[in-house]
Write a protein that binds this ligand. Sequence first.
Ligand SMILES: [Zn+2]
Ligand SMILES: [Zn+2]
Ligand SMILES: [Zn+2]
Length: 358
Amino acid sequence: MRAFACPVCDSFVAFEADHCTECQTALGLHLPSRNMLALDEGAALHAGSRWIRCNQHRTLACNWLTPEAQDPGSPAGHRGRCLAGSLIRREPPADDTLAREKLIPTTVALRRLVFQLADIGLPIEPYWHVDGGLAFDLLSSRSTGEKVIIGHARGVITIDVVESLDDYRESLRVRLGEPYRTMLGHFRHEVGHYYQNVLVETGTGADTYLEECRRLFGDERAGYSEAIDRHYTLGAPAGWEATFISEYATMHPWEDFAECFAHYLHIADTMDTAREAGMVLHADRVRFNAPRDIVALECYDDEPIERMLFDWKWMSLFFNRVNTAMGKNPLYPFEIPEPVVQKLGFVHKVIRDTARRR
Ligand SMILES: [Zn+2]
Ligand SMILES: [Zn+2]
Ligand SMILES: [Zn+2]
């Protein structure tokens, strides 16, 4: 994540901030320029047009800006929302106050996702703009009437807002034997299904990538419901660690791709956050034998995946020790075997090629 600066006093500003804690200037996040803009009487001028606060500023603590002249294609109920907010197709009704409380941390994770997708150059086509475009149904499994299952179908990503409750999500994590479970992780995994569909399986992607994708991840035409049954009856096959990033990835080629996509986003964002903080791991300042200074790059587009994962290996070892120093679990409790390096390399290539074409 980018480390923003206040445009008035240059102080550090957090991604979620709506004002500068040093000089108190009202701020809003301007997605196209990836900057915080200072608001004067509720508006900021950028390249000749006026940007105003997203109308979910109070209700969802959204600090993003939206053009004062709205996209006429956006749904009537979503006018005045920022891009991330406009992707929410369904949400708990206003009178479901318990579910609305959980919607707030859920949308914090959504905005982190959307910012990163825009930042790495992936297309974000809203459902209200194109058929099969990206949509989020952020629903509560504790509200009456409807079963909420986290998943993706034809561009629509469903997220259970109840998982934003730490005790509930943690109990699921332990019961399912997962080393890692977060709201942002759910978003990154599900959006991986969406991008596999639009960038790899359909359109020009099918000619370019599908064969290689099947070679690395397996044939996605394998029966999905049988795969779920098998996974929840028998679990992951013995020795899965040699070829997969997680047990869940063993279930079906689609899940393997989505898991790798999520890991790519985890790794890219965490390294970028360290780089934006000015962090360098100096080989000559440690007691052990380190191969060289680790300086994360602003852009790995021209580098092989091995370079990115080498930097990540050393950085994640450092972050793991930081977490355990605080009595917490390691930050990145995963091993990346060689076949997963190849899978991450494929994700790297698809994202880079897509960003370059745009
Ligand atoms: Zn300031
Ligand atoms: Zn918003
Ligand atoms: Zn999945």
